[in-house]
Design a protein around this ligand. Structure first.
Ligand code: NAD
Length: 482
């Protein structure tokens, strides 16, 4: 079977890279090639930003929010119509278990639906300055939005950032993640088929150091949104700062779960076990650090380990609980972290190696792993591992629990498990994170709720109505009444 091939999407048409280069993506479960892509460089980024600017000036900024919303709603419909094929492509491209890929496609459709519906609701406010003037604010788009995404939720993330940017009246140039560009390329075809004017959405496939770096330093951007690691985020923000481009950084996390003795330990253990292996542990806000009261530590670890031990591991297409990691490099990194932890005195309460399950010999698999016996300063308790590895650290008092939770430097999500309502409320204030959950591992509707970090996890907010504020800037207008 011939492999599918995708050009860069620039000005409404798929084109080869200016220098003709291409690259191939691979199935992490088998190592087999999946699809070929034009490999964009600085010249292609220039062409894409110029096309996006033309589309913005020519028509998009003056399109009514209702008309923009209708196009977005049509993308949602098309995503749902293609859901089976898109989920299969996502699974092959980034290894995700099929059920998780299906859920991601539905979430992608919901982003287009939500932002399509919300577009006309964004408005400024009137300010009571005095009888001599009429003063009000309007929210205007930034212009061309550069977007650089990670590979762990490719379609989902492209949808959340594109839908919000377009709804707010921006045009976009998106640099797809080179390890998993397939479903974003398919989204590009859906956007074109839905009838978006040429140049409103542009996709550049290619390497971070080349296409990504060219986009982040481009002087033609009105806003840059970046999702990825802390190290790359620093470089991207520095490049954007040189062009005085405002930035949104959605970076990594080491999201703590604080477990108190009065919590419903069964429910907490069950949800925590599911949580730390989601997307094979390659999700920025998943609960990868458990901070557990010493009185229940051993019993709680036993429950989590027992649940995670029952998870199936295998190729995403077989719809297991846990799929492969994205690449050999990522598996090496996870294995290095586990080895370092063991050298530092960790007890491996579960896993720690490669699975022997059928279908796992060729790809980048690791077992769900639970590490105990480490202090809060150990690397495995502070650093993002980005694999299915849970580190459990004991505490005895609330202040100590907060210090451990806040001591990683990250601040994306935090989870608190207690039946004491007062303690739950207190901790929502004391724990430093962009989102704090009490007795749950998510709101159940991540499209509606704002999302972003503090500290090393970045700044700015995506998702929910807050994203429409992110993707617009305020202009104050004052008109004399005389
Ligand atoms: P990464 O930083 O290596 O790459 C992210 C993107 O940046 C890719 O598209 C890459 O090509 C590009 N890039 C790489 N070098 C670049 C450079 N010099 N200039 C510009 N762009 C460059 O991250 P990754 O390994 O793809 O993703 C995993 C990381 O992303 C994890 O840390 C994870 O926590 C984070 N993440 C955060 C969120 C969030 O919303 N907070 C969501 C998903 C992933």
């Amino acid at each position: 079977m011939t492999r599918p091939a995708y050009g860069l999407l620039i000005d409404g048409a798929e084109t080869a890279a200016a220098d003709g280069r291409t690259f191939t993506s691979f199935d992490p479960a088998t190592g087999e090639p999946v699809a070929d892509f034009a490999r964009g460089g600085a010249a292609d980024v220039d062409a894409a930003v110029a096309a996006a600017r033309r589309a913005y000036d020519r028509e998009w900024r003056d399109t009514t929010p209702t008309a923009r919303g209708r196009l977005l709603l049509d993308v949602a419909r098309r995503l749902r119509a293609d859901a089976t094929a898109l989920a299969a492509a996502e699974t092959r491209d980034c290894g995700k278990p099929l059920a998780q890929a299906r859920a991601d496609v539905e979430l992608a459709a919901r982003y287009f639906e939500f932002f399509g519906g919300a577009a006309p609701a964004l408005h400024g406010e009137q300010l009571p300055v005095g009888p001599g003037v009429v003063d009000f604010t309007v929210r205007e788009p930034h212009g061309v939005c550069g977007q650089i995404n990670a590979w762990n939720f490719p379609l989902n993330m492209a949808s959340r950032s594109l839908a919000a940017a377009l709804a707010a009246g921006n045009t976009a140039v998106l640099k797809t993640p080179e390890l998993a560009p397939h479903t974003t390329a398919l989204l590009g075809r859906i956007v074109t088929a839905a009838g978006f004017p040429p140049g409103v959405v542009n996709l550049v496939h290619g390497d971070g150091a080349e296409a990504g770096a060219a986009l982040s330093r481009h002087p033609g951007l009105g806003l840059l949104t970046f999702t990825g690691s802390v190290g790359t985020g620093r470089a991207v923000a520095a490049a954007a700062a040189a062009a005085v481009t405002p930035c949104v950084l959605e970076l990594g996390g080491k999201s703590p779960t604080l477990v108190f003795p009065d919590a419903d330990l069964d429910v907490a253990a069950d949800q925590l076990a599911r949580g730390f292996v989601e997307a094979t542990g390659q999700s920025c806000d998943l609960p990868s650090l458990a901070v557990v009261h010493a009185d229940v530590h051993d019993a709680f670890v036993a429950r989590v380990a027992a649940r995670a031990a029952a998870f199936s591991v295998g190729p995403g297409a077989a719809d297991p609980d846990v799929g492969p990691l994205i690449s050999q490099g990522q598996r090496d990194r996870v294995e290095r972290h586990v080895a370092t932890a063991v050298r530092a005195g960790a007890t491996v309460a579960l896993g720690g190696g490669r699975p022997a399950a059928p279908g796992t010999s060729a790809g980048w698999f690791v077992e769900p792993t639970v590490l105990t016996g480490l202090g809060p300063d150990a690397a495995a308790a502070r650093e993002e591992i980005f694999g299915p590895v849970l580190t459990v650290v004991p505490f005895t008092g609330e202040d100590e629990a907060v210090a451990i939770a806040n001591g990683t430097g990250h601040g994306l999500a935090a989870y608190v498990w207690t039946r004491d309502l007062g303690r739950g409320v207190r901790l929502t204030r004391r724990v430093a994170a962009g989102q704090v959950y009490v007795n749950c591992f998510g709101s159940g509707d991540s499209v509606l709720t704002p999302f972003g970090g503090t500290g090393l996890s970045g700044y700015g907010r995506e998702k929910g109505f807050e994203a429409l504020r992110t993707y617009t800037q305020v202009k104050n207008i004052c008109i004399s009444a005389s």
